[in-house]
Design a protein around this ligand. Structure first.
Ligand SMILES: Nc1ncnc2c1ncn2[C@@H]1O[C@H](COP(=O)(O)OP(=O)(O)OP(=O)(O)O)[C@@H](O)[C@H]1O
Length: 240
């Protein structure tokens, strides 16, 4: 069997007495799309931050293509091929869509190649017609797609998306699901999301976090039916 693209072994993060992530063994295959779900405070964001070098694990390892990156710096991890779109905006409102994507692409490419990559990203995220608009004037969904364009422009092998559908209209959610599926033709992704309709549109395998640990991993249909998952998460969502 091929070696996994990403693996964590006994990965843990403690903040003082808070055990945010506990002994997580996780594995993602090349080209896989995995969704992570779980209640607030389950440790999903902390897990992401250890994969990108924003947090150094208290214990355990993160292996990317077999290389231990647990203690690597965030910029080195980005260079190795892990990109992230967080919930914190990283776009410049006073610049156009094209200029924002150009800044990201220019970190990796130069001259004509940068221009070609920018045009390709604009097409990929469906913003060619909005290319010259200021990002500050765009609708919420379009801003999120610019953020996706920024991540894609750095050409990562693995893309982490933290709640990409949050705050979107139904139509924007549909378009984002389509975009994520398209991105998954060439890239592996891990997607943290609370919107179960969105999960249904994109997911094959789902990992459920609860209290810092992996509760269960299964297909989306089995996860929706799983009484334990309903108990700790889905039931509470329905009641909210
Ligand atoms: N920097 C920090 N210092 C102390 N505690 C933290 C810190 N970051 C996270 N925590 C705690 O770790 C636990 C896991 O939080 P985390 O944000 O990873 O959960 P989450 O699953 O991403 O939640 P949400 O769905 O609300 O984003 C929580 O109890 C949180 O309060």
């Amino acid at each position: 069997m091929a070696a996994p693209l990403l693996q964590t072994q006994d990965l843990s993060m403690h903040f003082g007495g808070v055990r945010a992530v506990r002994h997580v063994n996780f594995s993602l295959a090349e080209g896989e799309l995995r969704c992570l779900i779980g209640p607030n405070g389950a440790g999903k964001s902390t897990f992401f931050k250890m994969l990108t070098g924003q947090l150094e694990p208290t214990h355990g390892q993160v292996l990317f293509r077999g290389k231990d990156i647990s203690h690597a710096h965030a910029h080195d991890i980005a260079r190795l091929g892990i990109g992230i779109k967080t919930q914190v905006p990283s776009v410049f409102d006073g610049l156009s869509v094209r200029e924002n994507i150009w800044l990201a692409a220019n970190r990796l490419h130069a001259g004509d190649k940068t221009r070609r990559v920018v045009d390709e990203m604009l097409t990929r995220v469906g913003l060619t017609e909005a290319a010259d608009r200021l990002v500050g004037q765009l609708a919420h969904g379009q801003r999120q797609w610019v953020e996706l364009g920024l991540v894609l422009a750095t050409d990562p092998e693995l893309i982490l998306l933290d709640e990409p559908a949050a705050g979107m209209t139904h139509e924007e959610v549909n378009k984002t699901a389509e975009l994520v599926r398209e991105i998954n033709r060439t890239k592996a992704l891990i997607v943290v999301e609370h919107d179960m309709q969105f999960i249904r549109m994109i997911a094959k395998q789902v990992t459920v976090f609860n209290q810092g640990s992996v509760l269960v991993e299964d297909t989306v249909d089995n996860i929706m039916r799983n009484p334990q998952v309903r108990d700790v998460y889905l039931g509470k969502q329905a009641a909210a």
